[in-house]
Structures are given as structure tokens and as C-alpha cells.
Design a protein around this ligand. Structure first.
Ligand code: WTA
Length: 569
């Protein structure tokens, strides 16, 4: 196979990169030596303190940490000191409501500043922060808030209406704080800015994220305060953040990228971050890159492909000469997208690979390294990654297998909330098995092939087929549903549902629309099926499990493979 390589030359570097010799770092780096990158309280630490407060003891105190703008053009900015004080105030308010160490406090907010200092405030008092993507609807909220037994939710007036619908099902939810209610605004203004930051054991929980697998309800992936060590180092190595950067991570803190690289790892490096609280729009995005003179940009392949589709003329009307480093995450970064970025920005996107469960970047293309276009790059220093077979045996080069890592890296999830058996199932023969398939080449570059399971990645967002199937089945006209990710040139995959209707229901285009809307309204705005097909019967195993693999093969016109365990097909 011929591979295009983007060779780095002097013109690729505005500055020498933070990681200037990958091979030497692989040989010499140890996590214990990297401890000094953080501020510790003896053997304790607090991830939020390391992200923000420690900078207030330095010249960065009055440096802008957050530039913020919304769709209407409202602008705000906050220094590190302001973020520190505001998060102290939120911490104090939560304490007044009886929130103690280990309690779960969820943020159900759009990307407004309160989301950022709220997150920090929760961690600072030793509580566990959870984030909920603002597209979630009642079912998704009930599942996550119910399973986590959240005590407090911080939200807005508009989003609260969705929680109200399921409040009865949430006996542990004691308080809902509404950030745009006058009473909250007043109590925030009056809250003390002084707070004793909780000194946490590095293995104490800091935040949790619900993520989807193939089966069952979403699971609560638990991350600890220590995770910030790897988030900090990878923000330095892979994102190459420096003090004079203005950095834009386009992710939402409802997902892991927004937590690790829009709050913790990025601010820990003292960088000025820009956050846009608006929807994707090519012209708007280019104008923001230009206006804020963004230097480092971390985004996702779907957004890049959508920018590509918007054409080359538009981009030329903006001065984007400040961009110096581009990174991507969340789904396969196709070679065309990299080639396009070289053409229009004069720089390649650097792919990074990781997962909610890994807590931070694990495999990446670094500024100092040539890019084999289409490859995800190489494992970070301090982490052993390999390709292993289904029994956990390393396979060597150029063989397809499971992308696996040797536990334990600092940002590795600690458990799955209340599901220890599920947590255990990730590990085999001394390896963490990621659920992704790939291969590595003779130079140690990793290449992504696909998921080993039925998890859907649509526009970079992770969707569990079971959640969508359950939402569809709740509709009175639906008997059964099987949901798959259908390959899509723009979005990577789209959610496609195969639906079996009640015997007396007539299939129609209007009904397809109704079902899509139903999922959008009850489960989540981003997880609804963009395509629905009515079907008489779903392929199932003898034990009654839906064979999504067969639906997918059929959809793609591929051979259906081994059907010996099928009920009948
Ligand atoms: C996929 C997002 C190809 C993969 C940080 C993984 C990728 C899942 C890449 C995790 C990449 C992430 N190339 N696929 N560079 N990065 N993925 O938990 O399937 O939302 O298992 O975490 O996204 O998604 P999650």
C-alpha cells in the first residue's frame, strides 16, 4: 500500500515544539517524573486547582483564560483569577446546599461560562461533576441522573423544563440550581469568594461521563483527579499549547474532549481558550478563527468535511495566518481532509485517538513527527499500546486486531459507576481492550479500521444503538427496532433504524418523520435516526438478540457472514 507522508520541515514550526524528540521521550519519560508539572498538596491534589487556581499565584493571574462568544455576538472574557473566584463562589453555594465530597452534581447547560466555572467549583469541593449534553431529552436525562443518583443539577430555565418532566423518577435529586434565575444570580453575587480547596487523594473521583456501548443503558465512566496529569502532558505534547496561544477546542463539555481539553488539560497549561456557544456554520467559524487570532485549533473530522464542502472561496476571504497547529479527534480523519487542510491552511490536521474511557489522548501525531496521512500516529510517551488478538496476544505488525493498551495510565477510567463487572470486561490478559480495531505498521504508526462493536459515531458523537432502539420501541406504533450506524461521507455515520410496526399500522413517509421526531424529542437531539426503514422481522439470535451486524451487511450490500446462530432469516 502506498502511503502519502507529510514531511515536516522548518516552515512547519513557528516555535520549536514542546515535544521535540518523540523517540527520546518514549525512551526516557516516566509519569513519576512528570508529577512536578502539577502542584500538589503533599500527596494530594485537586484537578481544578491545577487547571486554574495555581496560575493565580503566578504572572498568569490577570491573563485571560476564557474568551467567550455566543451566536448573538455577546462577548465575555475571564482571567484566571476571575475563574478562580467564580468557581469558589459556586463551590460555596453548593456547600450551602449540603453538597459534600463524593456527591454527584450534574451540569445540564449549553456552553455558557457557568458551565466552565461550575465544573471547576464542583471539583474544588471534592464533589463529582457530571456533564449532560444540552441536546439530551427526558429519557437520556432520567437514565443518567437516575443511575448516578445525582444530588444537584445546575441548569438553565429553558433546559430545566426537561428535567421537570422526569423529576418524579429522581428521588435523590434534591436541588436544581437555575443559573438564569434572579435568585441564583443574586446568591452568586453574594457568595464568598473564599474557599478552602479540597485536598483529594489522586485516586478520588473528580468527574463522570455517561457513554454508550453496544448493549444496555449508558454507563458512567469514572475519572479521578490524577487524570489531569495525562491531560496536562498530552495538551503539551499533542496540542503543543504555549502561553502565547489562543486555543479553540470546538468540543462540548458534555463529552470527554470538552472536559479534558477545554477545561482541565488546556488550562493546566495556562493557555487562553476561546469558547463559541453557537452552532456550526462555516462562515461563522472562519470569522471566529480570524477575529480571535486562533493559533491552535482542536476539532473533529465531520466539521472539517463540512468546511471542505463549503468550498475554497469562502476560506480565502479570511485572514487565518495565525493558525499554527491543527488537531482532530473523535472519528477517522480521512486523508482528503488532511490534504485539503494543507492546501487551504498550509498545515495538516494532526489526528489524535482516545476515548471517554481513556480520559486523555493515547495515540497522536505530534508536531515533531512526520505524518503518514491516514494514520492516527503513535502512542504517547509513558503508554504501551499494541494490536492484540481476541485472546489478548500481541499480533505484530501489519495484522488487524484490537487496539489495546497496558494498564494503568494516569487518566485511565477507574471504574464504571455501580457496574464493576462491566468495568472488568474491558480487560483481558493484562490489556485494556478498546473496542476499536486497527493495525500498526513497521514504523510503529497506528491505523484505525473500525469499531469491534455496534457503537455508532455520528458527527463524532457516540451513540448507543440500544438507547435509540428503546426510544423507538416506546412509540405506540413500534413493535421492535434495530439500529445501526450507516456510513455517511459527511458525518462518518448516520443513525439508521429498521423498524417493525404494529400489525395494523400502515407504513408511510409521514410515519418515518414522526418516529425520528419522537426520538429527537424524548431521547436526544443528536441521536435520532436520520433514516428509517420498515421491515417485517428483525434478524435475531436464537436467544433473541438483534443481529445488527446482519442489518448493517444488508444495508451495505455485503455478504451477511456467519448466520449459524440465527433464529431464522
Ligand atoms: C472513535 C472521544 C478514529 C473510536 C475522544 C473511539 C476515533 C471512540 C478517533 C471514542 C480517531 C476517537 N480515529 N476513530 N482519531 N478518536 N475515535 O468515547 O471509535 O466519544 O473508540 O471519545 O471514537 O469516542 P468517545
Amino acid at each position: 500500500m502506498s502511503v502519502d507522508t507529510y514531511k515536516k520541515t522548518a516552515k512547519d514550526f513557528t516555535f520549536p515544539p514542546n515535544l521535540d524528540d518523540y523517540d527520546a521521550a518514549r525512551r526516557e519519560f516516566t509519569w513519576s517524573r512528570a508529577r512536578k508539572e502539577l502542584d500538589w498538596f503533599g500527596g494530594h491534589l485537586n484537578a481544578a486547582y491545577n487547571a486554574v487556581d495555581r496560575h493565580t499565584q503566578t504572572w498568569r493571574k490577570n491573563k485571560v483564560a476564557l474568551y467567550w462568544e455566543d451566536e448573538a455576538g455577546n462577548e465575555k472574557k475571564y482571567t484566571f483569577e476571575e475563574l478562580s473566584l467564580l468557581s469558589n463562589q459556586i463551590g460555596n453555594i453548593l456547600k450551602d446546599f449540603g453538597v459534600a465530597r463524593g456527591d454527584r452534581v450534574f451540569l445540564f447547560l449549553p456552553r455558557i461560562p457557568e458551565l466552565f466555572f461550575g465544573f471547576l467549583g464542583i471539583l474544588k469541593i471534592g464533589a463529582i461533576a457530571g456533564t449532560l449534553f444540552s441536546a439530551f431529552q427526558e429519557q437520556a436525562l432520567a437514565d443518567r441522573l437516575g443511575n448516578s443518583e445525582a444530588k444537584v443539577v445546575i441548569t438553565t430555565r429553558e433546559l430545566k423544563l426537561r428535567i421537570d418532566k422526569v423529576r418524579k423518577k429522581l428521588p435523590n435529586l434534591k436541588h436544581i440550581l437555575v443559573v438564569d434565575e434572579p435568585s441564583f444570580i443574586k446568591s452568586l453575587a453574594h457568595a464568598s469568594t473564599e474557599l478552602r480547596i479540597a485536598h483529594m487523594d489522586p485516586d478520588d473521583y473528580a468527574f463522570m461521563l455517561y457513554t454508550s456501548g453496544t448493549t444496555g443503558k449508558p454507563k458512567g465512566v469514572m475519572h479521578v483527579h490524577r487524570a489531569i496529569l495525562q491531560e496536562h502532558m498530552t495538551a503539551k505534547w499533542a496540542l503543543d499549547l504555549r502561553d502565547d496561544d489562543t486555543y479553540w477546542c470546538t468540543a462540548d463539555p458534555g463529552w470527554v474532549t470538552g472536559i479534558a481539553y477545554e477545561i482541565l488539560g488546556s488550562w493546566s497549561n495556562g493557555v487562553a481558550a476561546f469558547v463559541y456557544a453557537g452552532r456550526f456554520d462555516p462562515k461563522k467559524w472562519y470569522s471566529l478563527l480570524a477575529k480571535y487570532k486562533i493559533t491552535v485549533w482542536y476539532t473533529a473530522p465531520t466539521a472539517i468535511r463540512m468546511l471542505m464542502a463549503a468550498g475554497g472561496t469562502l476560506v480565502k476571504t479570511f485572514d487565518l495566518s495565525h493558525l499554527r497547529h491543527l488537531c482532530s479527534v473523535g472519528e477517522p480523519l480521512n486523508p482528503e481532509a488532511i490534504k485539503w487542510s494543507i492546501k487551504v491552511f498550509g498545515r495538516p490536521f494532526h489526528d489524535t485517538w482516545w476515548q471517554t474511557e481513556t480520559g486523555a489522548i493515547c495515540i497522536a501525531n505530534y508536531p515533531c513527527m512526520d505524518i503518514k496521512i491516514g494514520s492516527m500516529g503513535k502512542p504517547i510517551p509513558g503508554l504501551t499500546a499494541d494490536i492484540v488478538d481476541d485472546a489478548g496476544q500481541p499480533l505484530g505488525v501489519k495484522k488487524e486486531g484490537n487496539i489495546a493498551m497496558k494498564p494503568k495510565w494516569p487518566s485511565q477510567m477507574h471504574t464504571i459507576w455501580r457496574r464493576p463487572a462491566k468495568f472488568k470486561s474491558y480487560f483481558m490478559n493484562g490489556w485494556y481492550i478498546s473496542g476499536d480495531r486497527g493495525w500498526k505498521d513497521e514504523d510503529g504508526y497506528f491505523w484505525f479500521i473500525g469499531r469491534a462493536d455496534d457503537v455508532i459515531k455520528t458527527s463524532g458523537e457516540r451513540v448507543g444503538p440500544f438507547e435509540v432502539e428503546s426510544a423507538l420501541v416506546a412509540h405506540p406504533k413500534v413493535v421492535e427496532a434495530g439500529v445501526i450506524g450507516k456510513p455517511d461521507v459527511m458525518r462518518g455515520e448516520i443513525v439508521k433504524a429498521f423498524v417493525v410496526l404494529e400489525p395494523n399500522t400502515k407504513p408511510s413517509e409521514a410515519l418515518k418523520k414522526e418516529l425520528s421526531e419522537y426520538v429527537k424529542k424524548h431521547l436526544a437531539g443528536h441521536a435520532y435516526p436520520r433514516e428509517i426503514e420498515f421491515i417485517d422481522k428483525l434478524p435475531k439470535t436464537r436467544s433473541g438478540k438483534i443481529m445488527r451486524r446482519i442489518l448493517k451487511a444488508k444495508e451495505m450490500g455485503l455478504p451477511v457472514g456467519d448466520t449459524s446462530t440465527l433464529e431464522e432469516y
